[in-house]
Design a protein around this ligand. Structure first.
Ligand code: CO
Length: 602
């Protein structure tokens, strides 16, 4: 028998609906889902915590409490990013332990724990905390393809995870690129090594091979497969639950689940899928086999294309792909998953645009220092020198990254006391993990985003298109764009402010016509200073984070004059001239394009 881990309430809508499914979309069908008998149900963690407070004005703790109550018979599972918990950076041990304690207390039973680099040192603290609180640890390894990621690599690491206290194991193929033979070899390898723990395979349909991989995984003795109910399956999401149940019916892998019950659940989720139709992306539903060739995951690929377009260099696409593979090799073959996909991708873009390692991002430096954990393979000294300079050896840390962090919980708690907020441990955690967005939410200032049914204008209206693009910058190509321009409705001139009603509560939507997404001719170009003698220019497009010099300062060539956030990362802008700063043309928070003047030095 094979069991299924159902993901429609977490990974599926994170993959296809920008994580926007709400608690009220889940509860009406909960009793039916609970009756299926799934191995576990993924309902929490990943991006759901952040998105709930940032975009939905929903309390993530309330969600898990309600779901647990509505589904008492199915283990509730969450995805936990080791020392990052549900955020995107490392936290000290006290915060991670407290987070696990609170998650268990509020209703999480199974904790799926992973680290982007498979650095087991990062996984120990959360794993032990889960055990101490009586939870089930599902220890994950991020799957990738490289000369170091052999079958033995996975088997040995899984063995160690068993020793640390894992209750089950998971191969996390987040990019959806595992091949049938590969998964067979790894699962067989684990079983042959005498590891008795249940093994789960997590994958996505991106490559088109995943259905075959699931079959081969079953043949090798896999215990659990990750699937999602059909309305949010396939493409960048997981294989469909009903299809896998039907495929195994009458075989020795029969799940025993009631297919008719599943079809009833399917009918319900078709309505939920429709409720978020403004988020449907044509490309997310298609197979993208190019991942089998260059191993760059689909999500990262579209991100790279977007970043190249932003930097005005979309003609360099092939070069970037090759460079991404090269940078990944040089950085010791990290699996390409958040945050390492961003480190590798942006450095590759920098290398192609400015010369190899001429501009090195802060994140690449941190990565090479060991601040994310130990790279899977050692980085060659010549690369370390290029990234960190001749004294690179002094910069590297050899300890677990979180060992460098001071306890944070008490500090955050006393900070929050300054505000008029209910002081529960759950609220303190929201603030600790997301200080700005969390505080806004706790103060009741967050507003729920619109859904398709609440759009002020028809879904194919130019304004709707603009509003969706504005609200979901991560969505590069939206379904609506498949409507040919001549069939689109909407006048040439459109308003830029709207009041939208959500559950009787009005909220304002403003569209600033600077992004160029409005109807042709409506985009407004910002006025920038002209070229001047001794002008130092930005070599990239982004937002100025800080300015390090002022008028009258004497600076030397190579001095850092400003920092800029470009491609979601912090970078330094250095002066290419020496002299006195005669003028500063930008302020903190300004958006600049590649070639815009930053300062004048004479
Ligand atoms: Co996934």
């Amino acid at each position: 028998m094979v069991q299924l881990h159902e993901m429609i309430l977490r990974d599926a809508h994170q993959s296809m609906l920008a994580t926007r499914m709400r608690t009220e979309d889940m509860l009406p069908i909960a009793d039916k889902i609970d009756a299926v008998g799934f191995f576990s149900l993924e309902v929490w963690g990943g991006a759901t915590f952040d998105v709930s407070i940032r975009y939905l004005n929903q309390d993530p703790w309330e969600r898990i409490r309600q779901l647990k109550k509505a589904m008492p018979n199915t283990p509730m599972q969450m995805l936990e990013r080791a020392m990052n918990t549900v955020a995107y950076w490392n936290f000290p041990d006290d915060v991670v332990k407290k987070f696990i304690y609170l998650a268990k207390k509020n209703g999480v039973d199974y904790f799926r724990i992973f680290d982007a680099l498979n650095d087991l040192r990062n996984m120990k603290i959360p794993m032990k905390a889960v055990k101490e609180n009586g939870g089930h640890v599902q220890a994950c390894l991020s799957y990738t393809i490289s000369p170091v990621h052999t079958v033995d690599y996975f088997v040995d690491k899984f063995k160690e995870l068993g020793k640390i206290g894992a209750d089950s194991l998971c191969i996390k193929d987040m990019a959806g690129m595992i091949s049938p033979q590969r998964v067979y070899d790894i699962v067989k390898g684990i079983k042959d090594a005498g590891i008795k723990l249940p093994i789960d395979l997590h994958s996505h349909c991106t490559s088109g091979m995943t259905g075959m991989a699931y079959q081969r995984a079953a043949e090798a003795g896999i215990d659990v497969l990750d699937t999602a109910m059909s309305p949010i399956s396939g493409g960048t999401a997981a294989p469909a639950t009903e299809s896998v149940v039907a495929a195994f019916k009458g075989t020795k892998w029969d799940t025993g689940y009631d297919l008719e019950l599943l079809i009833e659940i399917r009918k319900y989720f078709l309505k939920v899928w429709d409720k978020y139709r403004h988020l449907h992306r044509f490309n997310a539903l298609k197979v993208d086999p190019s991942v089998t060739l260059h191993q760059v995951p689909g999500g990262m690929l579209s991100n790279l294309i977007f970043q190249l377009e932003e930097q005005g260099a979309h003609d360099k696409y092939r070069d970037i792909l090759d460079e991404t593979a090269r940078v990944r090799e040089e950085l010791g073959y990290p699996p390409l998953v958040t945050p390492t996909s961003q480190v590798v991708g942006v450095q590759a873009v920098m290398n192609v645009l400015h010369g190899r390692y001429k501009v090195v991002t802060k994140e690449t430096k941190d990565y090479c220092r060991g601040m994310y954990g130990k790279p899977p393979a050692p980085i060659k000294p010549e690369i370390m020198k290029k990234v960190l300079g001749p004294k690179w050896k002094d910069e590297v840390i050899y300890c677990r990254p979180s060992d460098l962090l001071k306890p944070m919980w008490e500090k955050r708690k006393s900070e929050l006391k300054e505000h008029d907020v209910k002081m529960t441990e759950e609220n303190i955690m929201i603030y600790t993990l997301f200080p700005q967005v969390g505080l806004k939410f706790l103060k009741g200032q967050a507003k729920p985003e619109f859904t398709s049914d609440r759009l002020p204008l028809p879904i194919d209206h130019e304004f709707t298109r603009g509003m969706v693009k504005q609200s979901f910058p991560e969505i590069k190509q939206i379904w609506l764009e498949t409507v040919p321009p001549e069939q689109r409705s909407g006048p040439a001139q459109i308003p830029t402010e709207f009041e939208v009603e959500v559950d009787g509560e009005p909220f304002e939507v403003k569209v600033n016509p600077t992004g160029g997404f409005l109807v042709a001719g409506a985009a407004v170009s910002q006025e920038k200073p002209k070229d001047v003698e001794g002008g130092v220019k930005s070599s990239m497009q982004g937002t100025i984070l800080s300015i390090k010099v002022k008028k009258g300062d004497k600076i030397k060539e190579g001095d850092v004059i400003a920092t800029i956030e470009a491609m979601k990362m912090e970078q330094e802008i250095k002066s290419d001239a020496s002299g006195e700063v005669k003028d500063v043309f930008v302020a903190e928070g300004d958006s600049v394009a590649s070639g815009d003047l930053i300062i004048q030095v004479l």
